[in-house]
Design a protein around this ligand. Sequence first.
Ligand SMILES: [Zn+2]
Ligand SMILES: [Zn+2]
Length: 306
Amino acid sequence: MKRVPELVAAALLAVGLVGGACADPRPERPEVRRAGYRVLEGDFHVHTTWSDGMLTPTAIVRQASRRGLDVVAVTEHNGVTAGKIARAVGRLGDGPIVLAGEEITSANFHLIAVGLEHTVDPGGGSVAAVAAVHAQGGVIFAAHPVEFFWPSLVPIRAELDGAERMHPLALRERKGPWSYPSMIRFYDEATPRLGAIGSSDFHAGSVLGICRTLVFVKEPASEASVMEALRARRTVVIGTKGELVGDPEMVAALEREPYVPRTSDYAYRGEGTGDRITRAIGLFGVLIALLVLGKRRPKEAQSAAT
Ligand SMILES: [Zn+2]
Ligand SMILES: [Zn+2]
């Protein structure tokens, strides 16, 4: 019976965690159209616990829906398995469209491939990687193409389908070969024009979808229609100063009738009534645990000394 306070604390914390997860509000995802296409919000660069990310492929699908994403691509370092698991989970629910992908990662380049069935080995080099992705019917983008990666990426730029134009690197002041301005130059100097991609490169924390891509798909919205839109480069990204970058026709449509993306604020905290109540219960549990531990410690230290 000595352990009653601990049990109470653990129970309250469990109620807080489970209740909070169940009560999590998910933003409405109303159907939006511009220029005759459905506008979807996508994040095409996401990691999971299969390499260096914090959430499992299943949790990513759930978190993507909390973050108001219509489409997400799971792109694990040098492997497509996590993407295929997430895609299978996505097909079961009514949440976001999920695409299987890979971040083909070597010391010299990082390339985002979306719409894959088989892992692409980076060992063959960037030229072979592009060919392997296209042979599978996938699309391939330069990931965070800062100057550091240019020696490998500039020679294949004309073969790519797109490049990240927005990435969390844009939100930090960084100079030299990892600077955001060099990422912009990689995109701006491309001929022909590349598909504009905004991605969160999610690993941990609450930043999934902080940078996103607006994709203009033919209806009905599906994995196939998203792939078609990416191949056709029918995308727009909103830059750090609010500038619209990407398909000129879609940019013009958004200038005529602006569109504000959903939750792309940095923090994520549910503000529904259920969220607030369960959060308070969970915090109360933590408080009890701290008080109990604070009282027990000196006694245990004393008994250890005797
Ligand atoms: Zn990378
Ligand atoms: Zn990455």
